[in-house]
Design a protein around this ligand. Structure first.
Ligand SMILES: *Cc1c(COP(=O)(O)O)cnc(C)c1O
Length: 490
């Protein structure tokens, strides 16, 4: 497999690695002169990331171009409002930056409208929720009262409209089958704003059962149907989700935070591409999309005007330096190389899954067809917490995750979630991912739960002597052969 052009010295695009080195060395010197501990932690983070197998499904490595774009004086500007319509003076350059980022997003995803201000995925979802509420509840409510603006309403009328806004229904995927906290769960604001119910997956296959989703939608009649996930290892048919939404008069919101890179890279097309089917699509920009940490919303013409008021609805001043970095990352994602990258992410996940299966491990849904592999660690006699810690001892960075009907709950859990976006960026291919599966199985086979005084502990474990060292040595070879930010020396 060819190494990734954005991070490998073997490919075009690496010519700026040396330049980036000089820039980072200077930057760290400046930081050191003010707060040396921050410079040290920043250096150490690169060393740690270089030395570990990063398999956290929501993480990636952004290119030096993306990272450098974030470290500028664009950060110093206030630009509340929207392109060409700001509450502050002298926003001409921010207008340029935001317009270019939005244009790249529209072109890349084929969206009629894109909003690049959200600071994170959770912010993108908040903007989306309130844009949908504004369009479907507030605007008709105002029209009914013959008012143009909320400020024109009497206190009593506003109270009645406000109560309506706060009393709507949302149907999303359940947390333990792979949904996200922001899809209506009570600890998150989405679960306090909405009367929420969730759909799960088929207990036999672990797959989304669209007829069950349709039945739940018919019964519950949500205003918003949310599709999207953070721990579901399969593709979703968004055309079917839209049919269900249309049947019950719901707005379809697709949160593609996790798999936006696979959409951008044209691995998910047709019914699996959410953008043409959803009324509103939200995403992060830092996961498989490989950009700066941030969020984005795309919408149809119907919802665009309300999304465009994300500031002041739920956002303050935009992070102009991050919007600039989003533009750079989206420009990278529009290159043909990104499609190769995205296909490799999916192919590598298959290889990782097959690596587990042929060594007798159990996977939720029995495999993957996206970038996620969800390993059920119960067959190793471990909790997710024990497995996560043992793997970390061996230099394998993952995160524990609940599995459907998890007997250990969300904190200890029974699953480990793996993702291929980050190591694929480093240049790992199918053979390396098979080797990763081998290392993981070896570590878990050599890990035993420790008995606590009050019965079995769900957190403590013992790892057989030499296991961690062997895994470290084996991964060191693969990491050295696929360097992170080659040519970048600090
Ligand atoms: C990661 C994620 C988010 C939240 O993104 P943040 O940038 O961490 O706020 C929202 N939705 C889904 C589906 C996610 O996977």
């Amino acid at each position: 497999m060819t190494a990734d052009p954005l991070t490998s010295s073997a490919a075009p695009g690496a010519e700026y690695a040396g330049t980036a080195s000089a820039a980072y060395r200077s930057a760290l010197e400046v930081i050191e002169s003010v707060e040396p501990r921050i410079a040290a932690a920043t250096r150490q983070e690169l060393a740690d990331q270089r030395d570990s197998l990063k398999l956290i499904a929501s993480e990636n490595y952004a290119s030096p171009a993306v990272l450098l774009t974030m470290g500028t004086w664009l950060s110093d500007k206030y630009a509340e409002g929207t392109i060409g319509h700001r509450f502050y003076a002298a926003c001409q350059n921010v207008d340029t930056v935001e317009s270019i980022a939005a244009e790249h997003a529209r072109e890349l995803f084929g969206a009629p409208y894109a909003y690049v201000q959200p600071h994170s995925g959770i912010d993108a979802n908040l903007v989306a929720f309130w844009a949908i509420l504004a369009t479907r509840i507030e605007a008709p409510g105002l029209a009914e009262l013959g008012a143009k603006h909320v400020n024109d309403l009497s206190e009593q009328d506003w109270e009645s409209l406000r109560n309506k806004l706060g009393n709507q229904r949302l149907l999303g995927m359940s947390l333990d089958t792979g949904g996200h906290l922001t899809h209506g769960f009570r600890p998150n604001i989405s679960g306090k704003m909405f009367h929420q119910r969730s759909y799960g997956t088929d207990p036999q296959t672990g797959l989304i059962d669209y007829s069950a989703v349709a039945a739940a939608a018919r019964e519950f009649k949500p205003l918003i149907l949310v599709a999207g996930y953070s721990a579901y290892p399969r593709r979703v048919n968004f055309a079917k989700m839209r049919e269900i939404a249309d049947e019950v008069g719901a707005t379809l919101l697709v949160d593609m935070a996790h798999f936006a890179g696979l959409v951008a890279g044209k691995v998910f097309t047709g019914d699996e591409d959410p953008v043409p089917h959803a009324h509103v699509t939200t995403t992060t920009t830092h996961k498989s999309l490989r950009g700066p940490r941030g969020g984005m919303v795309m919408a149809t013409e119907e919802y665009a005007p309300a999304v465009d008021k994300g500031c002041p609805m739920v956002l303050g001043g935009p992070l102009s330096h991050v919007m600039a970095a989003k533009a750079v990352a989206l420009a990278e994602a529009r290159r043909p190389e990104f499609q190769t990258y995205a296909q490799n992410v999916a192919d590598n996940a298959k290889s990782l899954a097959e690596g587990f299966l042929k060594r007798g491990a159990n996977l939720v849904t029995g495999g993957t067809d996206n970038h996620i592999v969800l390993l059920d660690v119960q067959s190793f006699g471990l909790t997710g917490r024990q497995a996560e810690s043992a793997l970390l001892d061996a230099g394998i960075v993952t995160n524990r995750n609940s599995i459907p009907n998890d007997p250990n709950g969300a904190w200890y859990s029974s699953g480990i979630r793996f993702g291929t976006p980050a190591l694929t960026t480093r240049g790992f291919g199918a053979d390396e991912f098979d080797r990763v599966a081998e290392l993981v199985v070896e570590v878990l086979n050599n890990t035993t739960p420790t008995q606590a005084s009050s019965g079995p502990s769900k957190a403590k474990y013992t790892i057989a002597d030499g296991t961690a060292a062997r895994a470290h040595a084996a991964s060191a070879d693969m990491l050295a052969a696929n360097p992170l930010y080659p040519g970048l020396t600090l």
